[in-house]
Design a protein around this ligand. Structure first.
Ligand code: C5P
Length: 240
């Protein structure tokens, strides 16, 4: 089966998403990421709408609260029909277990439970900031691995990480532990504010299971072409 890159729909409104999607064939089923900006503006209806168009949805809300609150929130998200969602590993093993329980309880009969991934350390956090702000004295890398192990222990499906961390994370957890990696740039494209980027082909070689791509597709003059090229490269298929 062909793996689809997940398109980050970093738009402020449903209207802008709708305009963007007119550039794709109506029958092409996409995997899209809805972040806080779009969700907080449009609410759960934006998820229902994208699902009704036949797309898979990664709802990226990075939950982090007491276990009971996260469990109840996850019930709602599973009922909404999201395919993938995430929590902060810093919320703890108990919170992550509660999140999985909430997803299981909220998944409608006969449907698949949404995948649940953990955020380890945000890639915007430097080692110095982690030491100063979180009072974590180990290296950033050790902290990322530790959080990934906590997520695996809690029964989560995987983590969001930089592609460069994938091999280490799989070695420290288990080979089926999923890695979803943003920071993807096709060769020769604008890097923007991303620092440690990899190409879609490199992400595949390194062992990423999902890639998230935003601006190289959303800001392209020809988004569908950009998407297809990235998809082909991600699947190891030639671009002509
Ligand atoms: O436009 P770009 O391809 O950089 O978008 C990447 C998407 O992945 C954005 O929605 C961004 O918020 C998200 N993301 C990221 N780095 C992380 C986690 C999420 O770029 N570590």
């Amino acid at each position: 089966m062909t793996n689809r890159p997940i398109i980050a729909l970093d738009f402020p409104s449903k209207a802008e998403v709708a305009t963007f999607l007119t550039q794709f064939p109506a029958d092409e089923s996409l995997f899209v990421k809805i972040g806080m900006e779009l969700f907080y503006e449009e609410g759960p209806d934006v998820v229902r709408w994208l699902k009704s168009l036949g797309h898979d949805v990664f709802l990226d809300l990075k939950l982090h609260d007491i276990p009971n609150t996260v469990e109840m929130a996850m019930r709602r998200l599973a009922g909404l029909g999201v395919d993938l969602t995430c929590v902060h590993a810093a919320g703890g093993v108990q919170m992550m277990e509660a999140a999985i329980n909430g997803l299981k309880a909220g998944t409608p009969e006969g449907k698949k439970r949404p995948l649940l991934l953990a955020i380890t350390q945000l890639t915007s956090t430097s080692e110095e900031q982690m030491h100063a702000d979180q009072l974590i004295s180990v290296s950033l890398e050790e902290s990322v691995i530790h959080y990934a192990q906590c997520a695996a222990k809690a029964g989560l499906d995987g983590v969001v990480s930089s592609a460069w961390e994938v091999a280490q994370i799989k070695a420290a957890t288990h080979p089926e532990f999923v890695s979803l990696t943003p920071g993807i740039r096709p060769a020769g494209s604008q890097v923007g504010d991303q620092k440690r980027v990899v190409t879609p082909g490199k992400a595949r070689e390194i062992g990423s299971n999902f890639i998230v791509v935003g601006r190289p597709i959303t800001q392209s003059a020809t988004p569908y072409e950009a998407y297809q090229q990235i998809k082909n490269e991600w699947n190891g298929e030639p671009n002509d």
